[in-house]
Every structure is written in structure tokens, then in C-alpha cells.
Design a protein around this ligand. Sequence first.
Ligand code: ATP
Ligand code: MG
Length: 332
Amino acid sequence: MTTAPASALDAAADDATLPAPLVIAIATQKGGVGKTTTTVNLGARLALAGYNVLIVDLEPQAQAGTALGITLGGLPDPAENEAELQRSLGFILQMALQKFPRPHLKQAMFDRTEEVLEGFEGNGALCVLASEEASMSAAQNAFVTKPYKETATLRHILLQEARGFHFVLIDTPPAVSHLNAVALAAADYVVTVCIPEYQSIKGALVLSAATHAVETNTGGECKPQLLGALLNRSNPESAWTTQDIDIRNAMIGDGINAEPGRGLFPFVTDVRRDVRISESYIYGRPAVVRFPNHSCGKQYTGVVEEILDRIELPRQKWTIADPVLMEENADA
Ligand SMILES: Nc1ncnc2c1ncn2[C@@H]1O[C@H](COP(=O)(O)OP(=O)(O)OP(=O)(O)O)[C@@H](O)[C@H]1O
Ligand SMILES: [Mg+2]
């Protein structure tokens, strides 16, 4: 496990003259649709494109960290274990809520650039602010007891201590919980995720409504915008059922419970169901890094292109050469 802080960003992280990062939360009320998978793949792809990316795991299940090779709390030495747990986002949020001393984000985050992006050139940094179940659950309970304005705590920390990163991507828990409110309040943009099953549309619409409510709930301080909905685990067109077609219609606002003006702004690019994507979790390296030239890697590339277009970032800033990796050769 890499324990060194993000060296490339040490000097930059505190520099108030640097622009603040763009914060994107990946969220929906529905569980198991691919929020974590989407977060780590989009984050890794943005880093491959030369951006400095911080993945923030705001999830007691702590799976975004694991997907990038970081699982907190397993060290045999109790003192070392305790020190490591003090780098967890749950601990940092609890300390911040109580105004107690805590590690700076750049001391808490794990720099995964070398391990995850090994074999690529021209990439930016890829760091993760990892989660751990007990401390994140305790942080969630702490938010319940605090006034609503404290939901902006994570946003304040990121805007001060994540300078030097171009993007912060937040993985969120399912259900509309206090932790989700914290993620939405922290976000400039929200990406929601659907799968070709009816229940996922309701989850995305609930999330869309929750996103719209943040501005009012925070007295105008936080203004996240729903950037769009990704259809994940999609089926090939030749295998579409009525449900597949209904879901696509619902995402553009024509179907099921979608009200006028409440479409989910689907991305043109889907991410297909692919075992390469699910298997990559145990390697601690997202599929987009292991199979960049395979269809799954190209689909994530397409989604990143659409995200950057929608937030109007110039495309020429992030073109990269097609890399060749050992794993991909082995897979061919
Ligand atoms: N495009 C895909 N193809 C194949 N498997 C996928 C794909 N996307 C996600 N999965 C798998 O689906 C399962 C759920 O994905 P993931 O954990 O990312 O969902 P989640 O929304 O974060 O879940 P939770 O709500 O529990 O946090 C995982 O086993 C993951 O590997
Ligand atoms: Mg998840």
C-alpha cells in the first residue's frame, strides 16, 4: 500500500492562487447500479487524459478505495492501524464537524498514480481519499445531529485543501441519506447512473429532485447541477427487450414517472455489461486502465468526452495516445 502523500501535489494543494477543483458526485438512490464502478473508471480516465484527479469515497462500504487498491484498517500493528484509520474520510469529517485538529487532506489521501496508471505516459495524478466503515457510519450519525448548513462541510474542505486537483469525483452511498446530502452539497455537478431495469429510473429521479433541492436547503450556498445520466450494464441493441426501450425513453423524459422538464439528460454513450469491468475490482485497477483500447475502455472514454463537453472544457486539453498494456495483450 502506498503511504506517501501525493508528492506531485504537495506544493500545490495549499496554494490559494490555484483554481478550485471541479467537483462531480456520482449518485443515485438505487443501490448496486454501478456508482462506484463509474466513479473509479471515469476518475482513472480523466487522470489518463492528464488531469489531476482526487477520488473521494463517501461510502461506509469503502469500495472505491478497494477498487483503487486501498483498503483501510487491516494492518497487523495496532498503532499503525490506528494511524492509518486517522486518514479515513469518516475520521476527517467527524473531526471537522467538531472543529478538532485533523490531518490535512494532502496528508490523508493515498497517491495511486504509480500503481494504477503504471505503463502510461502523460497522465495526471490519481489520488484517493479512502473510507472505512465504522468511522464513516459515525460521521453519518454526526451529520444527523448537526444543523443542515453543516452539510457543506466537505465542500469547504475540498475547496480549501484540494487545490491542485482539476477534478474531484465523489462516490456516494445508495439511498437519499445525510451522506448523500453532504456529497450533493459538495458537488458542482452530479452524474447519475441507471441500469436497464425499471427501478433504476425511480432512483435517478429521486436523486434529480434531491439535487434540485440543495440550493434552497443550503440558502443558495451550494448549487449542484445534474449533468446527466449514464446507462450502465446496458445490453446490445440486438438483445433489447421492452424494458430496455422503456428505460431509454424514460431517461429522455418520455416515460414512466418522468415529468415534463425532468428528463435525466442521458449521455449518448452507454457502458455495456462486461465482465472485464466487474473483475477489475479485485485487481485494484479499473477496467479503463486495464483495457483502454477494448470496447469497455472506449465507452468510458466516450462518457468522459461527453462530460467535458457538457461542462464546456476544451477537448484539446485532454487528448492522449492509445497505450498498449501487458494485460490487454494477454487478453487478446
Ligand atoms: N458495466 C458493467 N458490467 C459488468 N458489471 C458491472 C458493470 N458496472 C458495474 N458492474 C458490477 O455491478 C456490481 C455493482 O456495481 P457497483 O458496486 O459499482 O454499484 P454501486 O451503485 O456502487 O453499488 P452500491 O449502491 O452498493 O454502492 C459490481 O459487482 C460491479 O462490478
Ligand atoms: Mg458503491
